[in-house]
Structures are given as C-alpha cells and as structure tokens.
Write a protein of this length. Structure first.
Lengths: 412, 240
C-alpha cells in the first residue's frame, strides 16, 4: 500500500518535526559531526591551497635546476665526520661533465646567517658566495645594476648583489648601487639588486646577499675547503640520468668510495622537492584524516545515542502510530531519516564552518594564495555523514520498528 | 444469519500473564462470534479482562492460545505489516486512555491514521475536519491535547477512530469521561454509524449504554459470564 517514497516523505516530515521539537538537543548531538567535517574541510582546504601555490612557485623556479650537495650518514655524523663537496670537486666537474648548460658553485658563507650592517641598521641574512654562473642556473635577474661577473670572481672584488628584502631591511636607498655595506667587518660595494621573488613555504626568498665565490673563500681563509653546493642545469634535450651518472662516477672516484659504499652526495631536483612536499602533505592529510575519522565516529555514536534516547522517549508515540496503522518499515524509515537529517545537518554546518575557517587561516598567512575546497572533499564529507546517519541510525530505527504495539502503548 | 456474516470469530481465546512465576489468566477460553453490523456492549467489573479482549479484537495484542478469525482470516498467520494494514483500514480503536499524540494538534492527531494511506494532504485534512465536526470539535483544530478537557480529548480519540471509516469500531469506554449530554450526543453518533453498516463493540460501565446496544456480553474473571440480546422494544424506549 505505501511506496517507499511516500514513507520517505512522511518520514522526513515527522523527522523534521521531531528535530524542531528538540532543537537544542539536536544541535548538541550533531556537534561531533560538525567538528569532524569542519576539521576535514579546513585541513584539506589549507593543504590544497598550500600545495597548489607551492607547485606553482616551484615551477616558477625552473623545474630543471639540480642542486648537488654533500650528505653525511647518521653513523658518520656520530663519529664526528661530515662529508663535503670541495671547490676542486666543482672545478673537475665543470671541466669534465658533458651535456651541462651552466654549472655554478655556491657557498653558504656562514652557516648561521651573517651579520650585515648599513649605517645604524644591522640585520641577519643569508650570505652566499658564488660565481657568475649562478645567475643562469637559479634565474635571478637584476632589477637595478648587474649580477656578479667572472671578473669580480677572478679579482676577488668586494662587491655584492643583494635581494630586495635585504635592501629594505637595511634601510638602503631605493637605488643603493654604489653604497657600501659591512659584512663581518669588511666593506662591500653594492652592484645590483635582484628582482623580487616573494616567499615560498612562508619563507622570505628575497633576504640574501650574494658575493663572488673567491672573495668569500679568501675571507674564510683556512675554511677554503668549506663545503659547497654545486648547481647546474642539464643542456636542452640532455638526459638528466646520464648527467647524474657522469657526476656520480667522477665524485665517487675523487672521494675514494669503493663498490658498496653509499654516495656521500645527493642530487636535489625540483621534482624531488615537489615529491617530498607531496609526501608531507599526504601524511599530514592522512593524520588529519585519522583524527577526523575518530571524531566522526564519536559524532556518529552521539547520533546513535540520541536516537536511542529518542526511541525510548517516544515509545508510546511509536505504539500509538503502530496502533493507527504504521508498518514496521514506515517506523524504521522515519527514524533512519531522522538520523540522516541530523547527521547531514551536522555535515552542512561543518562544511560551512570548515570553509570559513580555511578562508580565515589563509588570510592570516600572507604567503597562502587562498584556501581551496576541492569537490572530492565535499563529496567525501557528505558521503561520510550519510554513511554515519545510516549506520548509526539503523540500530535505533530497527529497535523502534520492532516494538510490540501493546507494550509500547503501555510504556510509561 | 449465515456463517459468513460472522465478522469476528474467537475460539478458545486465552490470555495469560506470567507474574512472579505464577500464571494469571486475564482471559480464559473465550468463545465469541460477532455478526457483521452488530452493536455489542462488553460489561464487567474492573480487571475482568475487557480491555484485554478489546486489544486482541483490535489486533494490538496477541492471545496466548486460541484462534481469532477476522473476516475469516486467521490473525495469527499475519505478519506485522499485514496487521498494520488491518489496524489502519479495518478497525477503528478508541482507547480507554485516549492515546493522543501529545506534540500534535487536534487536527494532526485525527489526520495521523491517514498518513499511512497514500492520500494528498488536503484530502486528509478534509476527512479529519469532517470527523471532528461529527464529534463537535470543529472549533478546536489547532489545540494541543493538553489544552483540552478530558471529554474533549475523548472526542478527539473518537474522531480519530472514525476518520478512516472502519468496518469495525472498537471503543474501550468511549464515554467514560463525558457528561450525560455529551454521552447522548456520542451515542447518537454511534447509532448513526451503526445504521451506516459499521460493526460496533463498546466496553462500558454504564448500564444505560449497555441497554442501548443490541447485545450485551458480561465478562467476569476473564470468562464470558452472560451473553444476552436486548429486546427491540426496550431499546426503542431508550432511543431518545
Ligand atoms: N501487561 C500485563 N501484565 C500483567 N497483568 C496484566 C497486564 N495487562 C493486564 N493485566 C491484568 O489483566 C487483568 C485484566 O485487565 P484489563 O485491563 O483487561 O481489565 P478491564 O476489564 O479493562 O478493567 P477496567 O474496567 O478497570 O478497565 C487485570 O487483572 C490486569 O491486572
Ligand atoms: Mg479496561
């Protein structure tokens, strides 16, 4: 006599009436689901926003640049060793490796950043000692003046090329070319200012000072053998694997590594950086997913609890309805719909809340371009809340449907 | 009177309750046939099993033993969905304790049995309004049960039983809370329904109402103690 649809419509009507009758209780019941969904939406939105902006910036940086860097294994570190790439390594590689367009040595002059001053301003910044090739590899362009030339390097000139935020922090004039700044007590003349790059991962990318490699090396004195990074870009159309193999063979020989020794250096590519970042976002998302899963479970149990209370409370009402002709299926559907409406309601509030929170967070973090709520996250949240409504609503609904009319009518 | 005219047939119906290890018979070996369009009063002292019998007749309760044929169908063989259909379509039940839905208005209460039929809401409303008109409560549609007097609640319960136009109307003390004027009005309504062809079974404490019916069954300690027919002349005198 009833179609399922009829029962669903009447069930929804009855469910909404009952939810309205207990508005406060219903709101508290859905809190667990609201929090769960809000959490998943916030985390996903922030992670998506972050990774899309990082991908874009990494692409910007030039995805074909490779950094070669010394690595030290944990055992070696514990024995007090630290592996290095030397300037001689660089010179040999530069001379021997084929299919490489530009290769540049870069030295982190002082490992903890250096004190740089101009007038009364003193700042901490990153000082890099490198050669003219660096400009091409890293694609850094002057907005004023010029980059370091090989003659600067050859003659160990005391000149620097600076980033835009280093300029601002030192309160240098808009056109600082020709000004002198002090670097660990030595005077350097500014020859150029770089184009602004913005920030990446929330780090300022414009707070640096670049000086010629040989100048820095001579200032470092005994530390000429200081560890360096080698940056290069494979020639157009060249096979990166092949280039890496050449470098590996040369370096292993120079570092006296035997057959089963591990490399004491590594190649860092933009692709690798992207991958490792993707790994981080995935694991953050997974952890967040676990937390959210638990909170949704708790939320679902909350819904089940309140539905069980509701069934008990409304035992007489159920008895009356059964006496008036409600079938077990009808009663079951009514309670199921009620649980579903409750949890979906929580899902919608949670979605809006999470979205708002993500937008708020992205406003607080200037380096974030904006929160992104992907369609799959919305679909997932709704799928999840629907499943919770059905799974946790089923038991109370079945309990209600099974009530014997005369016992239910006698229930006080 | 043909065999087929027996709309209700009870054979050896018993209802047992287990109380602290002891068995208690609320009903014991009831044999009872009720003819279509009969007008039956069930009387008896409090606790004699009247409500228990009515609940079984209304398919709300199941007997511990015995057979109940409703329209020649064995009720014991029906599943819950079929029983729900019978409660909704064949039987109208007026409860001793009203059993109104507290959170629903008078109109919604009377519309409730129609929810389980596929009828448009407007039609449900019209039918419910008509039924409420018949019990004289057309002006209380929007009230909630707790805003009504005992007698008014009873009349809502009656309207709700009538609204589906059931073939069998079962009233468990339907006039228990009414004054004599309203009782007379309600009895007139039952008379009308009887003339329209409904089968009516009423539980009552009042001799006047029992005399008003065609047949009086007296229960004592769960057994039929007396089953008699009122003569027409006597009924005529009482009939207003
Ligand atoms: N669920 C139950 N468990 C145990 N005993 C019950 C139960 N329901 C009814 N009884 C007993 O069955 C007997 C008959 O009860 P019933 O309600 O049918 O009486 P009644 O004739 O309707 O009385 P009244 O005129 O007071 O309404 C009573 O003694 C009652 O105590
Ligand atoms: Mg009774």
């Amino acid at each position: 006599m009833f179609s399922g649809l009829h029962a669903a419509i009447e069930g929804t009507r009855a469910a909404l009436a009952s939810i309205r009758a207990h508005a406060m209780r219903s709101a508290l019941t859905t809190l667990g689901i609201v929090i769960g969904v809000a959490a998943v939406i916030t985390v996903v939105a922030v992670m998506e926003g972050l990774s899309s902006s990082i991908d874009a910036q990494l692409d910007d940086l030039g995805s074909d640049m490779v950094t070669l860097r010394a690595t030290t294994s944990q055992e070696q570190a514990m024995l007090g060793f630290s592996n290095k790439l030397s300037y001689d390594d660089f010179l040999v590689l530069k001379a021997k490796v084929k299919d490489v367009e530009d290769m540049s040595a870069s030295m982190q002059a002082f490992s903890f950043g250096s004190t740089v001053s101009y007038g009364r301003e003193t700042i901490q910044t990153q000082v890099i000692g490198t050669d003219s090739g660096y400009q091409k590899v890293i694609k850094v362009f002057p907005q004023q003046g010029r980059f370091i030339r090989s003659t600067d390097d050859d003659r160990r000139r005391r000149v620097v090329f600076i980033g835009e935020s280093a300029r601002k922090k030192l309160k240098l004039p808009d056109n600082p070319i020709g000004e002198f700044i002090s670097l660990s007590g030595e005077w350097f003349r500014i020859i150029g200012v770089a184009e602004e790059r913005g920030s990446l991962f929330g780090f300022d990318q414009d707070n640096y000072i670049i000086a010629p490699f040989s100048t820095m090396a001579s200032l470092a004195g005994a530390r000429v053998t200081e560890n360096i990074d080698i940056l290069f870009r494979p020639a157009a159309g060249a096979d990166l694997d092949n280039v890496q193999t050449q470098i590996r063979q040369i370096l292993r020989k120079r570092h006296h590594l035997s057959g089963d020794d591990k490399d004491d250096f590594e190649f860092i590519t933009a692709k690798k950086t992207k991958e490792s970042f993707a790994k981080v976002t995935t694991s953050v998302t997974l952890v967040a997913g676990g937390v959210v899963g638990i909170s949704l479970l708790v939320g679902g149990i909350g819904v089940m609890n309140i539905m069980l209370v509701s069934v008990t409370e409304r035992t007489r009402e159920i008895g009356i309805n059964k006496a008036l002709g409600a079938t077990p299926n009808f009663i079951m559907l009514q309670f199921l719909v009620e649980a579903l409406v409750l949890s979906l309601f929580g899902g919608i509030i949670g979605l809006l809340l999470g979205w708002g929170l993500a937008v708020f967070i992205s406003m607080l973090m200037p380096s974030m371009p904006g929160a992104l709520v992907p369609g799959w996250a919305i679909a997932l949240s709704f799928g999840f809340t629907t499943a919770i409504g059905v799974i946790f609503g089923l038991m109370p609904a079945v309990k209600a449907a099974k009530l014997n009319p005369i016992d239910a009518l006698r229930y006080e | 009177m043909t065999y087929d005219d027996q709309v209700i047939k009870l054979s050896n119906i018993s209802k047992r309750y287990e109380m602290g290890g002891e068995q208690f018979y609320a009903l014991r070996d009831i044999n009872l046939h009720i003819t279509r369009n009969d007008y039956v009063a069930i009387i008896g002292p409090s606790g004699s099993g009247k409500s228990t019998l009515m609940n079984i007749l209304g398919c709300l309760d199941i007997p511990s033993s015995g057979e109940y044929l409703l329209d020649d169908q064995p009720v014991a063989s029906m599943d819950e969905a079929e029983l729900a259909k019978i409660r909704n379509q064949s039987v109208g039940f007026i409860f001793q304790s009203f059993n109104l839905l507290p959170r629903a208005t008078v109109l919604a209460n009377v519309m409730q049995p129609l929810v389980y039929r596929m009828l448009p809401t407007s039609e449900r409303q019209n039918m419910a309004k008509q039924a409420l008109q018949r019990v004289g409560l057309a002006d209380k549609l929007g009230h909630f049960p707790n805003q009504l007097s005992g007698g008014q609640r009873q009349r809502v319960a009656i309207a709700r039983a009538l609204v589906t136009k059931p073939a069998i109307l079962l009233g468990d003390e339907p006039t228990g809370n009414l004054d004599s004027k309203t009782t007379q009005d309600i009895m007139k309504l039952f008379d009308e329904l009887h003339r329209e062809g409904h089968t009516i079974v009423l539980v009552t404490h009042e001799q006047e109402i029992a005399d008003h019916c065609q047949r009086v069954i007296r229960l004592v300690d769960g057994k039929v103690a007396k089953d008699s027919r009122n003569d027409a002349a006597q009924r005529e005198r009482l009939h207003v």
